[in-house]
Design a protein around this ligand. Structure first.
Ligand code: PLP
Length: 366
C-alpha cells in the first residue's frame, strides 16, 4: 500500500464534475480577475467565518501583509510572533520595516501566552498568534494580555479553517484574521489565493482598497495600493469547495481519532488533546527521539511524511543578525528535532491509518 502525504487528486476526482463545470463557466464568461465569483466567495466566506467582512486576495502572505498596513504598522514597531510557524508569519513584519519578536510555543504547538507577556516592550504594537496545524491558539489568554497592553491582534488562520476554542470560532477573537487558500490547506484553491476577515468596517474598507491599487472606484486612486486580487478561477473553485469544508473537517477529525485509537504503544507521542476545542487537523504531528529514522522506515514502506518545521523561525539564516539560539526557544527547538507529520486528508480510510500505525509500531519494535 502506498500512502501519499496529501492526495489532492483524490479530492478532485470526488468532485470533478462540479469543479470542471465551475471552471469552464469562468472561461466562458472570461471572468478572470475579481468579479462576481470572487464577490460571491467573499459573501459566503464571511458567513462561514462569522464575520461582517471578507476580502479575497491573491494569497495568504499578502493577506497578512495588507492587514498589517491596515493596522498602521510602522518601521521600528515590534510585533510578537510564535517561534514555530511558516515563514510568512514573521516575514511580513520584517518586509514592512518592523521587527518580528519571537516567543516560544507551549505543548499545544501554539504561542505560549506567558512568553507573550514577557516579550512586550515599549515598542510592541501587536501580536500574530498562529493556529498551527489546525489547533486553535489560546485566544482568551492572548486577548487578555493584548487588552492589558493595548496591542492589536491579527490571527493567522492559514492552517485552521473552522477551528474553535471552546465553541468559539477562530478569526472571531482578534481585530482581524488572515486565511490562505493554498492548494494544500484545509480549504484550497487550484493555485494561490488568500482572504481576510474582520468586523472592523475601516479595516475592511482599506484592505479592499489596498488590494486593488487604492481605487474604491475605477481610476479613483485614493492611495497607493498594490495588485492582490483573487482570480476568477480560484474563486469559482473555492465556491464549490466551501460547500464541503465542514464534511472534510469532520473527515479529518475522524482520521485523527483513528490515529489516536491505533497509535498508543507504538513509540510516538501524540498531539495534546485538552479542553473542548475543535482541532481541524491540517496536520497530524507526532514526536519521537529518532524522527529521521522513523521517517526513512516509513518511506521504505511507501508512506510519505513531512516535517513542519525542521527549524524554528528565529534560527533561520534570515534572522541570524538577531543572534538568537535554540536555548531561547526550548520548546520549539526540541519539537523541531522530534516532530513528524503523518499523512492526513479527508479521503484517508481506517485501513490506511492502520497501515501507517503498523509500520510505526514495527519501527519501534525492530
Ligand atoms: C500557508 C501559510 C501562510 C501563507 O499562505 P500562502 O497562501 O502560501 O501565502 C501563512 N501562515 C501560515 C501559518 C501558513 O501555513
Amino acid at each position: 500500500m502506498t500512502i501519499p502525504f496529501v492526495d489532492l487528486r483524490a479530492q478532485y476526482e470526488r468532485y470533478r464534475d462540479e469543479l470542471d463545470a465551475a471552471m469552464a463557466n469562468v472561461m466562458a464568461e472570461t471572468a478572470f480577475i475579481s468579479g462576481k465569483h470572487a464577490a460571491a466567495f467573499e459573501q459566503a466566506f464571511a458567513k462561514y467565518a462569522q464575520r461582517d467582512h471578507a476580502i479575497a486576495c491573491a494569497n495568504g502572505t499578502d493577506s497578512l501583509e495588507v492587514l498589517l498596513d491596515c493596522l498602521g504598522l510602522e518601521a521600528g514597531d515590534e510585533v510578537i510572533v510564535p517561534a514555530l510557524s511558516w515563514i510568512s508569519t514573521s516575514e511580513v513584519v520584517g518586509t514592512r520595516g518592523a521587527k518580528p519578536v519571537f516567543v516560544d510555543i507551549d505543548a499545544s504547538y501554539t504561542l505560549d501566552p506567558a512568553a507573550l507577556e514577557a516579550a512586550i516592550t515599549e515598542r510592541t504594537v501587536g501580536v500574530i498568534p498562529v493556529h498551527l496545524y489546525g489547533r486553535p491558539a489560546n485566544m482568551p489568554a492572548i486577548m487578555a494580555v493584548a487588552e492589558t497592553h493595548e496591542l492589536w491582534v491579527l490571527e493567522d488562520c492559514a492552517q485552521a479553517h473552522g477551528a474553535e476554542w471552546n465553541g468559539q470560532r477562530i478569526a472571531t477573537f482578534g481585530d482581524c484574521a488572515s486565511f490562505s487558500f493554498y492548494p494544500g490547506k484545509n480549504l484550497g484553491a487550484y493555485g494561490d489565493a488568500g482572504g481576510m476577515v474582520t468586523n472592523d468596517d475601516a479595516i475592511a474598507r482599506v484592505a479592499r482598497m489596498i488590494c486593488n491599487h487604492g481605487q474604491p472606484q475605477k481610476h479613483q486612486h485614493m492611495m497607493e495600493g498594490r495588485n492582490s486580487r483573487m482570480d476568477g478561477l480560484q474563486a469559482a473553485v473555492l465556491n464549490v469547495k466551501l460547500q464541503y469544508i465542514e464534511t472534510w473537517t469532520e473527515e479529518r477529525r475522524q482520521v485523527a481519532n483513528w490515529y489516536r485509537e491505533l497509535l498508543p504503544g507504538s513509540g510516538v507521542e501524540l498531539p495534546v488533546e485538552d479542553g473542548n476545542h475543535r482541532v481541524v487537523y491540517h496536520l497530524f504531528v507526532v514526536q519521537c527521539d529518532n524522527r529521521n529514522g522513523l521517517r526513512d522506515h516509513l518511506k521504505a514502506h511507501g508512506i510519505s511524511t513531512g516535517i513542519h518545521y525542521p527549524t524554528p523561525l528565529p534560527l533561520m539564516p534570515c534572522y541570524a543578525a538577531f543572534g538568537l539560539s535554540a536555548a531561547d526557544f526550548p520548546v520549539a527547538a526540541r519539537a523541531c528535532d522530534r516532530m513528524l507529520s503523518l499523512p492526513i486528508y479527508p479521503e484517508m480510510t481506517r485501513d490506511m491509518v492502520a497501515h501507517v500505525a503498523e509500520h510505526i509500531r514495527s519501527f519501534h519494535a525492530g
